[in-house]
Design a protein around this ligand. Structure first.
Ligand code: NDP
Ligand code: MG
Length: 402
C-alpha cells in the first residue's frame, strides 16, 4: 500500500531532493500536498508531474497565477492559500509522513501540527526545533509521532546511536556526540578577509548544494550552532556533550563516542537524498539515487578544531541554548534578520554575528510555558534586530568593518 506524503517547502533544495527520491519509488509513496512560496511556476510544474491532491501557495495572487498555469497544462489539483492551509496539509488524516523543509521560523506551525497529528515527521527545518525544542519533543511523545532527523549530521547520529536509544546517554555508555562541520566556504579565512566577502561567495558552499539561508549559516558557522542546539533537543543531552569537529571533506556526517573507546560514524556522499530516503523508508533502506562512496577516491580525511575567534556564531548559539527559555528562539530570529540583511547587501558578513550578539545582550531570561511565549519572543527579537539594523544604516556604516 502506498504511503501519503506532504512536502512542505517542495520548491526548495530539500524539497527537490525529496521529490527525486519519491520519483524513484512511485508506488511506495504518493504525494498528498506540495507547498511553495515564491516559486509558483516551479510549484505548478512539480504538481503536474506528481499529481498531488493539494498545492499550497501564500497569497490569492499566487493562487490565481497557479490556477492559470494549471489550466494551460490541463491539469487539475486543488489550490489552498495561506499559513492555515500549511497546517491543514501537514495534519490531514490521510497523510502518513510530512517532509518539514520550509526554511526558517515560517515552518514552525505546520511542523508542530504534523507532530501533534502523530505523523512521521521528517525534520529538515532545524529552525523549528531550535525555537521550540521542548514543546516540539513533547508533542512528538504525547501524540505517538515519529521524528526522523533529516539534517545530515543528526541523521548520522541517529544511525550511530543504539536502536533502542530513548534519550539517556549513561544508560548506553555514550560519552559524547562528535558533530562534524565542513567549515563552510570561508574556512581558514582571516577576519580582515571576511570583511570583504560577498553574498555570492557566501552561498557557494564547497561540498553541499543548499538554499541561500542555510548556505550563509554554514559560512558564519551559525548552522553548526543551530545544529548543536538541534542535537541537544533531539538526543536529550547537554551542550558540553556535543563536540564540534571541523572535517572539510564532509564524508563523515557525524559520530557517537562510547565509554569503551568505540566511535560509531555514518559516512557517505554529501547528498541529502541519503538522509531523506533513510527517513522516509526507516527502518528499511531504499535506493536514493546516490552514487557509492569511493574511499580510494577520497584517500584522506582531516579534522581540526573550529576557529571560535573568527566565527563567533557557534558560541553565540551555545550560550543561547545554555541560557535556555526563549533564548534559542531569539537567537534564531536575530539570525534570520541578519542573514536576510546580508543577502540584501545591507550589512557586511562580519555584521551578522555583531547584530545577533547585540540582540542576545538585550534578551531577557524568560521561561517558555506555551507556544505563544515562543511566538512573542520571535516577534520581539525581530523588532530588536530591525531597529539595530536601522541604526547600522543611519550611521551609514556597514557595521562589522574594521
Ligand atoms: P530553500 O531556500 O532551498 O527552500 C525553502 C523552501 O521554503 C522553499 O520551498 C520556499 O518556497 C519555502 N518557503 C520560504 N519561505 C517561506 C514562507 N514564509 N512560508 C512558506 N514557505 C516558505 O531551503 P533548503 O531546502 O536549503 O532548506 C530548507 C530547510 O532544511 C531549512 O530549514 C534548512 O536549514 C534545512 N536543511 C537544509 C539542507 C540542505 O541541504 N539544503 C540540509 C539540512 C537542513 P519558494 O522557494 O517557493 O519561495
Ligand atoms: Mg547539517
Amino acid at each position: 500500500m502506498s504511503q501519503w506524503i506532504t512536502v512542505l517547502g517542495a520548491t526548495g533544495s530539500i524539497g527537490s531532493s525529496t521529490l527525486d527520491v519519491i520519483r524513484r519509488h512511485p508506488t511506495r509513496y504518493r504525494v498528498y500536498a506540495l507547498t511553495g512560496f515564491s516559486r509558483i511556476d516551479q510549484l505548478v510544474s512539480i504538481a503536474v508531474e506528481f499529481s498531488p491532491k493539494f498545492i499550497v501557495v501564500p497569497t490569492l495572487a499566487a493562487a490565481n497565477k497557479a490556477q492559470a498555469l494549471l489550466a494551460s497544462s490541463q491539469h487539475e489539483c486543488e489550490i489552498l492559500v495561506g499559513a492555515d492551509a500549511l497546517v491543514d496539509v501537514a495534519s490531514a488524516k490521510d497523510v502518513d509522513m510530512v517532509m518539514a523543509s520550509i526554511v526558517g521560523a515560517a515552518g514552525l506551525l505546520p511542523t508542530l501540527a504534523a507532530a501533534k497529528a502523530g505523523k512521521r515527521v521528517l525534520l529538515a527545518n532545524k529552525e523549528a526545533l531550535v525555537m521550540a525544542g521542548p514543546l516540539f519533543m513533547q508533542a512528538i511523545r504525547d501524540n505517538g509521532a515519529e521524528l526522523l532527523p533529516i539534517d545530515s549530521e543528526h541523521n548520522a547520529i541517529f544511525q550511530s546511536l543504539p536502536a533502542n536509544y530513548r534519550g539517556d546517554f549513561s544508560q548506553h555508555g555514550i560519552e559524547k556526540i562528535l558533530l562534524t562541520a565542513s567549515g563552510g566556504p570561508f574556512r581558514n579565512k582571516t577576519k580582515a578577509e571576511l570583511s570583504q566577502v560577498t553574498p555570492a561567495q557566501a552561498v557557494a558552499h564547497p561540498n553541499w548544494s543548499m538554499g541561500a539561508k542555510i548556505s550563509v549559516d554554514s559560512a558564519t558557522l551559525m548552522n553548526k550552532g543551530l545544529e548543536l542546539i538541534e542535537a541537544c533537543f533531539l538526543f536529550n543531552c547537554r551542550a558540553d556533550q556535543v563536540q564540534v569537529v571541523v572535517h572539510p571533506q564532509s564524508v563523515i556526517h557525524s559520530m557517537v563516542q562510547y565509554r569503551d573507546g568505540s566511535v560509531i560514524a555514518e559516512l557517505g556522499q554529501p547528498d541529502m537524498r541519503t538522509p531523506i530516503a533513510y527517513g522516509m523508508a526507516w527502518p528499511e533502506r531504499i535506493d536514493a539515487g546516490v552514487k557509492h562512496l569511493d574511499l580510494f577516491d577520497i584517500a584522506r580525511l582531516d579534522f581540526t578544531e573550529p576557529d571560535h575567534e573568527t566565527f563567533p556564531c557557534l558560541n553565540l548559539a551555545k550560550d543561547a541554548f545554555e541560557r535556555g527559555g526563549i533564548c534559542p528562539a531569539v537567537l534564531n530570529a536575530a539570525n534570520e534578520i541578519a542573514v536576510a540583511a546580508f543577502l540584501a547587501e545591507q550589512i557586511s558578513f562580519l555584521a551578522i554575528p555583531e547584530l545577533i550578539q547585540k540582540v542576545m545582550s538585550l534578551c531577557p531570561e524568560k521561561l517558555v510555558h506555551c507556544l505563544d511565549d515562543i511566538l512573542a519572543a520571535d516577534k520581539w527579537a525581530r523588532e530588536q534586530a530591525n531597529s539595530i539594523l536601522a541604526e547600522f544604516k543611519n550611521n551609514k556604516q556597514l557595521a562589522g568593518q574594521e
